[in-house]
Design a protein. Sequence first.
Length: 227
Amino acid sequence: MRMRELEARSGVGRETIRFYIREGLLPEPARAARNSASYSDDHVARLTLIKRLQEERFLPLAVIRRILDGDDAAPRLGPPLYPDFDAIVRDRIDHGAPPVPAAAVIDSGAATQDTLDEAITAGIVTVDAGLISARDVAILKVLGDLDRVGFRRDRGFTPGMIGMYQDFVDWITAQEMRFFVEHTGGVGEDEAADMAERGIGAVNELLGLLRTKALLRRLEERRRDDG
């Protein structure tokens, strides 16, 4: 197809399409001649995905590029090196907390059925054989707190909107795992587990501080712009 048809089918203007090609977000079109470019259904599909990730998930182009390139898979902590690493870290972080029946979460008032269903659809909570992990119960409680302080459905806030956070977390943890594996190959399993356990809490605190700082800066910029 020619550029005009690609614009019509994707809803993206030609200058943006050309920018995406230059930035490597879209493949180069087939060219029968220097001034003749032919685009395929793959270009339409990729443009549609880029739009969805921007409009629904609010992801920056740098993150979208990594998603499109499929290079987010972190190196594995191979069994010969760290055979019990995931189990050790999970036990230290969760302290062996047992899963909770989903029905009990609803009955306790920690979440409504609608909140639970939307959180499952958004991919931020998992129910397995009717049970929810203690960590997912904590996530549902936070969603309930957000609703109570004013982030309600009637104002357009839903658990599904948290999906943008899930996308960000999936991306950044992939980068963290890559960095961790690259730089801990020379330590023992227990030391690596100590690093992971302490690092998770420290980075969670760091992200919270950085996010608060960024939000306050944007609020200040907005006030200056409005003034």
